[in-house]
Structure formats: C-alpha cells, structure tokens
Write a protein that binds this ligand. Structure first.
Ligand code: SAH
Length: 337
C-alpha cells in the first residue's frame, strides 16, 4: 500500500486526477493564513516562528496564505519562515515556483526546533495505510508486488507489529483458528504513518508554543472497514487495480489521530465540519468582497466555489477541521463551541 502512493505521487500530476480546496478558491488559503496569524497572537507572538505545511501540493494554499498574512498581519509575516514537508520531487518543483522562499524537508523530524504553526490540507489521507483481510480464520496483508496488488499470508513476507496477525481485532494468529470462521471477509486498516506523525507533532507542540491545523476527510468517530479509495481523471476507480496509476486515499481516523497527539502532550480541538469552520472564519464575507469587483460570470464562479467548500452535501460535511495546540494555548479560531 505504501509503495503504491509513493509511486503515484512521484510519477503523476495528481491535480490532473482530482481538485483540492486551495485549487477551488483562493479564499481557502487566505482563511488558513489568517487562522495561523490569529493563533500566533494567541500563543503570545513567539519569534522566530515556523509556518510549516505538510503535503503542500502545488504550493497554492501557502501562496494565498502568505499574501493574506502580508496584507493583514505584517508582524507575523516578518517573524515567520516557510517550511514544506514534501516527499515528491515533482511537486517540490511546483512548490518552488509558487513559494520561492520555502525550505524543504522529507519529514517533520528535520524541521528546526522552534515554535511552529503547521497546516495540512489533504495530507493525512495520502499517507499509507496497511490493510489486513481475514477469510476463514486466516489473516493476510495486501501488498504491491510486481506492480500488482497481492495478498500475502501474515507472518511470512509481513513484518508486522502490531497487527491483526499478532493480536488485532478478533484475535488472529494461532488463536483465530480456534474460533468459527466469519461468515464473510473481515477487513482491518492500520494507519501507522498518521499515528507516528501525530505522536511526533504532539510532542513538539507540548514542548514549545505552537499549533497545527488539519483539513481532511473522514468521520468524526473511528469506524471499521474498508476506506481505501482511488481517483483517476476525476472519477472513482478500483483502488486495487494498477497500483501507482491512481491516487489512493483512505479516510482519516480523526479520533485515533487526536488521541495519539494528546497522549504525546498536545491539546486537540475538533474535528468540526469544514463548512462550519470556513463559514465561521468569513468564507462568504471574503468571497462577496472579491465577487463585487468581478464580471457577473466570474462573480458567480467565486460564489459557487465557496458553496462547494462549505455545503454539507459537497465538501462541507465529510471534510473536517482538527486543531492541535500547545496545552496552554486558548481555543484557536473557529473551534469555539
Ligand atoms: N495540500 C495540497 C496537496 C494534497 S495531495 C492541496 O490541498 O492541494 C497530498 C500531498 O501530500 C502531495 O503534495 C504529496 O506529494 C504529499 N505527500 C504524500 N505523502 C507524503 C509523505 N509521506 N510525506 C510528505 N508529503 C507527502
């Protein structure tokens, strides 16, 4: 599973296959930039401060955020340095064109040890997951082998710990054989990369002033079952066909992610629906302001873009906003109950 998405991002322009919020409306990045500026004030204006983004795509969100910060929060603009966490050289090149001042990192671990405001849109859903399947009491794990997905028995190829092979749901390993086989296949997903990221970020936010904002899609509570999806040319496709040719995503388990960050010492706020978050922070006021200076067709397109981000039956409900903070930080903007 891990190799499939690394191969996809290295070889493809993902934005030919799907559109993300910052590519839909400039107001998305502007609002997130202002969220970072206000949160920096709440943290008592630490300086210097890192404005970091994980999985920045084309750099559009950061470019919009920096423009808005420059216009409305000059002291934050003067105090910050921009850092991108990105593994795709292809996308890093696009990011350099949008945000030449950025500094690049392969992971969170190499960010300088300074107060940090981190933002991430559709980053967690792109991290690899592991899928385990149980049929007739036997667990297998899904792998990419010779450019195809395949299932290998637990314990042979699989270097698995912890996993259902050893002690996951329903037992597993030797113990599973003593139970009656399930009527149909069972599926279990492990999100080790996201959980590790939450733990490292939580420890960083506990140790010094800072906050992080994640926008991504997934349910509020943890659920079980298969959440793997693939998009090619803007349309859903079979996630287990032709690995590396379609963008693979999995629902984010926000409850487990927040719990791992809390266990490392950070405070968590949300998740709340993206539509509520963006509306509270002025999505429609800012869109109206932009629309006023446009020809009618462009004004309508701007308003439709805002509706697409916020309406519950479009991106407003399934997408969620989650904030992680230093424990002494007051509730960040948008998360007041
Ligand atoms: N945030 C952007 C792009 C989302 S696509 C937007 O909203 O438009 C996912 C992004 O995460 C891509 O930039 C991809 O290259 C990056 N990515 C995927 N796996 C990663 C990893 N393990 N570490 C860092 N970046 C990763």
């Amino acid at each position: 599973m891990a190799r499939a998405n690394a191969a996809y991002y290295a070889r493809h322009d993902p934005f030919a296959d799907f559109t993300t919020a910052p590519e839909i409306s400039q107001v998305f990045g502007e609002i997130i930039g202002l969220w970072a500026a206000v949160t920096w004030e709440l943290l008592a204006r630490p300086r210097p401060v890192l404005l970091a983004e994980a999985g920045p795509g084309r750099g559009t969100l950061m470019a919009d955020a920096l423009r808005a910060i420059g216009q409305t929060a000059p002291s934050f603009r003067a105090a910050l340095s921009v850092h991108f966490i990105e593994t795709s050289p292809r996308l890093a090149a696009a990011q350099a064109a949008s945000v030449p001042e950025a500094n690049w990192h392969d992971s969170l671990e190499t960010l300088p040890n300074e107060p940090t405001l981190l933002i991430a849109n559709e980053f967690l859903d792109a991290l690899p997951i592991r899928q385990f399947v149980r049929r007739a009491g036997e667990w297998t794990e899904r792998y990419v082998q010779n450019d195809r997905f395949t299932e290998l028995p637990c314990g042979r190829e699989a270097r698995i710990s912890p996993s259902p092979c050893g002690r996951g749901p329903g037992g597993g390993g030797g113990r599973a054989e003593t139970r009656p086989p399930p009527a149909r296949e069972e599926l279990f997903e492990l999100r080790e990369s996201a959980q590790t990221f939450a733990g490292s970020l939580g420890a960083r936010l506990a140790a010094q002033p800072g906050a992080a904002l994640f926008l991504d899609y997934g349910p509020t509570e943890s659920t079980s079952g298969d959440s793997l999806q693939a998009i090619r040319d803007g349309r859903p496709t079979d996630p287990l066909a032709e690995p590396g040719t379609a963008d693979l995503t999995a629902h984010v388990d926000f409850a487990a992610f927040a719990a791992a960050a809390r266990a490392a010492g950070a405070a968590a706020h949300g998740p709340i629906p993206q539509g509520i978050f963006l509306t509270r922070l002025g999505l429609f006021q800012r869109t109206d302001q932009l629309a006023r200076n446009q020809h009618p067709a462009e004004a309508l397109a701007l308003i439709d873009a805002a509706n697409r981000l916020a309406e519950p039956n479009r991106m407003g409900r399934l997408f969620k906003a989650l904030a992680l903070c230093h424990p002494a930080c007051p509730t960040p903007p948008g998360f007041e109950s």
